[in-house]
Design a protein around this ligand. Structure first.
Ligand code: KIV
Ligand code: ZN
Length: 395
């Protein structure tokens, strides 16, 4: 299926003049920031199972965890690195030698090291001045590079940091040998335009590949990640189902499908596996998915109203922006008080009844009437209910 960018006039016009990349790297942090979701704690076995599935899904980087946090965490990361997967395996470390040493011990491909840079974090959390932070960042990057390991450097709370200081931080870590920089919107305060602007400003001064890490406090994590891509970011941090600290992170499935279907930008993700992986994460973390969750939610491709059901049954694109099979879903026609005759006829056919053959027009009208009566009582109508109605009417 073609991306909308190619034939939607509004999108074509709005993106005119923008140089977009052909591919974006997906840095998955389900096992690190995702596991920081309040109440979630995965066993090493569960972490390994998730890592294997993320690798099969096609993510570029798996941030496997924060090894200094516990013995189990370190063991899980070691087990993941021992599997020699295609994905790059990464561990998180503060710019602190003991954190970095534990990460090195896990045999990871990449260490994601971070230190906060915003005035708030400098004053109240780190109690460090700007120069001390610059020094810590450089020391950490040099130490990791001395061990021959790839470094991704994050300025935590980047989006609440003075732009000139933030750029200075990224420039010194570039000189110290960092391989990539990451721009975290740690408390999700950005808007897409601001994110685009910030990435463009950093890109003017720093030559390293730029990654973004957007939190969802205002529900804008995905939009801000896309804004960052418009500004020139080459990698996006995401979590499956958008789980993570507080309101979570940018949802991987939403970022990937928006890039693919709206911008026409590829990732390495095998999108048809998305629903299965989403359900696995929901099962192992115990975090239930809202039914109207975009892309992977139970209702993402469900239709009840007569007008919509008739529309999709006539031409799918009328009320479905993408075919459900692309993301491992299937279309559902839900019966209820809003249902029209087309949807009910379609459901009857699924259940083996054809109007005019084994059910009369009169009986069909009665089925419609009874289904709507049940819907009016606020109930959801199952296939068993439809079978019971038909059997009663045709007996
Ligand atoms: O949100 C954040 O700032 C983080 C850092 C560790 C990158 O998760
Ligand atoms: Zn985060």
């Amino acid at each position: 299926m073609k991306p909308y960018r190619e034939d939607n006039e509004v999108i074509i016009e709005s993106l005119k003049g923008l140089k977009l990349p052909e591919r974006i790297r997906i840095f998955d942090t389900t096992l690190r920031d995702g596991e920081q979701t309040p109440g979630v704690s995965l066993t090493p076995e569960e972490k390994v199972e998730i890592a294997v599935n993320l690798n099969n899904l096609g993510v570029d980087v798996i941030e496997a965890g924060f090894p200094i946090s516990s013995r189990g965490e370190k063991e899980a990361i070691k087990r993941i690195t021992s599997l020699n997967m295609d994905a790059e395996i990464c561990a998180l470390a503060r710019t602190v030698k003991k954190d970095i040493d534990v990460a090195i011990d896990c045999d990871v491909d990449t260490i994601h090291t971070f230190i906060a840079t915003s005035p708030l974090h400098r004053k109240y959390k780190l109690k460090m001045n700007k120069d001390e932070i610059l020094r810590k960042a450089v020391e950490a990057v040099e130490y990791i590079k001395d061990h021959g390991i790839t470094v991704e450097f994050s300025a935590e709370d980047a989006t609440r940091t003075e732009i000139s200081y933030l750029i200075e931080v990224y420039k010194v870590v570039e000189e110290a040998g960092a391989d990539r920089i990451n721009v975290p919107d740690t408390v999700g305060v950005m808007i897409p335009k601001a994110m685009e602007y910030l990435i463009r400003r950093i890109k003017e001064e720093v030559s390293l590949p730029i990654s973004v890490h957007c939190h969802n406090d205002f529900g804008l994590a995905v939009a801000n990640s896309l804004g960052a891509v418009e500004g020139g970011a080459q990698q996006v941090h995401c979590t499956v189902n958008g789980i993570g600290e507080r309101a979570g992170n940018a949802a991987l499935e939403e970022v990937v499908l928006s890039l693919k279907m709206i911008y026409g930008i590829e990732t390495g993700i095998k999108t048809e596996k998305l629903t299965e992986v989403s359900q696995l994460i929901s099962k192992l973390t115990g975090i239930k998915l809202q039914v109207n969750k975009a892309i992977v939610g139970e209702n993402a491709f469900a239709h009840e109203s007569g007008i919509h059901a008739h529309g999709v049954l006539t031409h799918a694109l009328t009320y479905e922006p993408i075919p459900p099979e692309i993301v491992g879903q299937r279309r559902k026609i839900i019966l209820g008080k809003h249902t029209g005759s087309h949807a009910i006829e379609c459901k009857l056919r699924e259940l083996g009844f054809k109007v005019g053959e084994n059910i009369t027009e009169e009986q069909f009208k009665e089925v419609i009437r009874r289904i709507k009566d049940i819907g009016d009582k606020g109930k959801r109508i199952t296939d068993d209910d439809v079978m019971a109605i038909v059997e009663d009417i045709t007996k």
